[in-house]
Design a protein around this ligand. Structure first.
Ligand code: SF4
Ligand code: SF4
Length: 439
């Protein structure tokens, strides 16, 4: 296991689609199941689908590496039903020694680790606990692809697969160097951003609004979407905390629908968004323990984009509480009986209904692989695209580097190194390393 940890750490491998948890830190004794998340929970993203379609052998090779180094007896590749159909896979199919397909229902939010594990295995991760508490380690499809390349070719992570989609004619999945500027990618693809449109890093449910002229591809960029401002997806992503709190305090009729539909509540978690919006922000600031269950929210957005008829954003209020709790270093750690609720089966949100709630149905076109784009004159590699301490530069201004060279070491504790994604000359920026390509 230590050898695998070293590989993952030295090659900078990080959860490729989520918050950026360093992959080595997930490896722990006691696991009896490896679950590979290929559910591609977010609408309009086809990155994992394209990787599976084009690079299944490498993905399976990465999975086998984890199994052989850890002694975990079995792996499940979890994909949604519609993805399974497109790839010609079926539930229970054996893909390689000890690796099987797990077909998931087409519902949202199935990619959330807690939902994914329950739906794939029937195991319930207790509130505040990690998947390993139930013997499960979860990795993303792309993480397994990256691991296989690290083991086979000694390649660190320098490239990223991502969907470019939304309100454009031809959504595509491309592979680009980490640090490539989004506006440069748009230029190469002939995409113009018109007034009235917003760009997201990530999907329409949980992506974040970015400025394409200053934002660069990170190790966790799964997709870049361009969406009209009048879609619910963009409204929900741009509501200010001040407005969210004001609406919550004045317009909530306490109908409880946000709680009734909350996937974490339905999994038995003590998270009740209707109570969160009723809690005065001032009181929570003085006594943050009273909103401790906010840390159990996965940020899916169902409470704001589907449940609430009053235009309230419980998610935005809860996000604010999460920041408050993080500042006070408070985590949920209350033991108790948390049983999955019987009504869960009838309250799952069909994927198509979720797309419709976000106003993005008409933009859903299956993307195919558009190839690798490497010709960028400059890349800007962030020192902190992972959870934990930022990487520490090991180069200085004016150094010349080759793609794959180490440019920043992992800091002490939870951290990862960074590697050059193109050949060029280095300039140290604030929280990033800039590389200008040699011409
Ligand atoms: S759904 Fe809206 S109105 Fe109903 S309890 Fe939740 S926040 Fe309040
Ligand atoms: S965003 Fe809302 S619906 Fe989703 S988990 Fe959090 S509270 Fe529940």
């Amino acid at each position: 296991m230590q050898e695998l940890k070293n590989i993952m750490r030295n090659f900078g491998i990080v959860g490729a689609g989520g918050a950026g948890f360093p992959s080595y830190a997930k490896l722990a004794e006691g696991a009896n199941l490896l679950l590979i998340n290929g559910s591609e929970c977010e609408p309009l993203l086809y990155t994992d689908y394209v990787i599976l379609k084009n690079e299944m052998t490498m993905v399976l090779s990465g999975i086998s590496e984890v199994l052989s180094h850890t002694g975990i007896p079995k792996a499940l590749l979890a994909v949604k039903s519609h993805t399974a159909k497109m790839l010609g896979l079926w539930d229970g199919e054996k893909l390689a020694e000890k690796i099987y397909v797990r077909e998931l229902p087409d519902v949202y939010p199935i990619g959330d680790e807690v939902s994914l594990i329950y739906e794939s295995t029937g195991r319930q991760i207790k509130p505040g606990k990690l998947p390993i508490s139930e013997g499960v380690i979860v990795y993303n499809v792309e993480t397994m692809y990256n691991l296989a390349r690290a083991v086979r070719f000694g390649e660190p992570i320098t490239k990223k697969w991502l969907t470019v989609g939304g309100a454009i004619d031809n959504p595509t999945v491309i592979k680009v160097p980490i640090g490539a500027k989004i506006s440069d990618i748009f230029k190469k693809l002939g995409i113009e951003i018109r007034d009235g449109y917003t760009v997201l890093d990530g999907g329409p449910s949980m992506g974040k609004v970015i400025n394409p002229t200053t934002y660069s591809v990170t190790k966790t960029t799964k997709g870049i979407l361009i969406l009209p401002n009048d879609t619910e997806a963009i409204r929900a992503r741009t509501v200010s905390v001040k407005m969210a709190v004001a609406r919550a305090e004045t317009a909530c009729c306490q109908c409880t629908r946000c709680t009734d539909m909350c996937p974490r509540f339905l999994l038995g978690y003590p998270l009740e968004p209707h109570k969160m919006v009723r809690t005065a922000m001032g009181a929570a600031t003085v006594m943050p323990e009273m909103v401790i269950s906010a840390t159990l929210c996965c940020g899916c957005g169902i409470c704001e984009s589907l449940s609430c008829s009053q235009g309230i954003s419980p998610r935005a209020v809860i996000e604010n509480y999460k920041s408050l709790l993080a500042k006070n270093k408070l985590r949920f750690n209350l033991d108790g009986d948390y049983n999955v609720r019987g009504e869960r089966d009838y309250r799952m949100i069909p994927y198509k209904k979720w797309m419709s709630a976000l106003g993005v149905t008409k933009f859903d076109k299956i993307a195919d692989y558009g190839g690798e784009i490497n010709d960028f004159s400059r890349v800007e590699i962030p020192l902190s695209s992972h959870i934990g301490a930022p990487s520490v530069p090991s180069v200085i201004d004016g150094d010349t580097v080759k793609a794959g060279d180490l440019i920043a070491k992992a800091a002490d504790g939870l951290s990862l190194p960074q590697h050059a994604s193109v050949d060029g000359t280095v300039t140290l920026g604030i929280n990033k390393i800039i590389i200008d390509k040699v011409r």
